[in-house]
Design a protein around this ligand. Structure first.
Ligand code: NDP
Length: 234
């Protein structure tokens, strides 16, 4: 496809699989992440999405190498689960600043060139649990539900410039993020999942690839579940 693609949190899990899939399609892919080494074969930039200036620099580096960003996947996300009465302000803020403010900052940085070019695709990673809620996840669920409001406002602001904004809401996907879930919690969630199994990163990749591709040119403001039916109807 040869587009300039930027993925936040592209060093592991869903973000890495998405980045590799776009690269296999022929796109020029840059990713940002906080720690560790950058994945081979991709342009990796160290940037913490909670630091807007780092993110702006990362986008600049990507655009110098690959041209104006045409596809943004705002994927970087964390959990810091704690029951309400033990949830510190810091734990609440951390999750909101990464999952919500980080996505906002990435969109703001990436859409400058999209607005100039009058085209672009923005995909935000929410979660089925953002709509269902989950014990111990007041911070995470609030951040993921808020992404829908963010996306729907962006849809209005950016639509007449040819930019689409969509949200992907995965259920439980086998990655580092879910590896620490207790067996009991996993069983509980599987009972609420009609397909009765966790999803794979590839199943999320398919939805993101579609939303970024030519077949989705008239889709904007959608919340696309990739959740085996978990939370359907929300
Ligand atoms: P992982 O924990 O496997 O990977 C998270 C990625 O985000 C890593 O690349 C990590 O980089 C990066 N990241 C985290 N914080 C920051 C930050 N402040 N700045 C830059 N990069 C950061 O997560 P998943 O792949 O499982 O999840 C990806 C997205 O999908 C998240 O938004 C998550 O909420 C969402 N999601 C995941 C589900 C699941 O079941 N796995 C279900 C529903 C939604 P580093 O290596 O440097 O830490």
């Amino acid at each position: 496809m040869n587009r300039s693609v930027f993925v936040t949190g592209g060093s592991r899990g869903i973000g890495l699989a998405v980045a590799r899939a776009f690269a296999e399609d022929g796109d020029k892919v840059a990713i940002c992440h906080r720690s560790g080494a950058s994945p081979e074969g991709l342009l990796g930039v160290k940037a913490d999405v909670t630091q807007a200036a780092e993110l702006e620099d990362a986008l600049r580096t990507a655009e110098e190498a690959h041209g104006p960003v045409e596809v943004l996947v705002a994927n970087a996300g964390i959990t810091q689960d704690t029951p309400l009465l033990r949830m510190t302000d810091a734990a609440f803020d951390n999750v909101l600043r990464t999952n919500l403010t980080g996505a906002f900052a990435a969109v703001r940085a990436a859409t400058r060139s999209m607005l100039r070019e009058r085209r672009g695709r923005v995909i935000l990673l929410s979660s089925a649990l953002g709509f269902l809620g989950a014990p111990g996840q007041t911070n995470y669920a609030a951040s993921k539900a808020a992404l829908v409001g963010l996306a729907r406002s962006l849809v209005w602001e950016l639509g007449d410039r040819g930019i689409t904004v969509n949200v992907v809401a995965p259920g439980i996907i086998a990655t580092d993020m879910t590896a620490s879930l207790s067996d009991r919690r996993m069983e509980d969630v599987m009972r609420m999942t009609p397909l009765a199994r966790p999803g794979t990163v590839d199943e999320v990749v398919h939805a993101i690839r579609f939303l970024a591709g030519p077949g989705a040119s008239y889709i904007t403001g959608a919340v696309v579940p990739v959740s085996g039916g978990l939370g359907m109807g929300h």
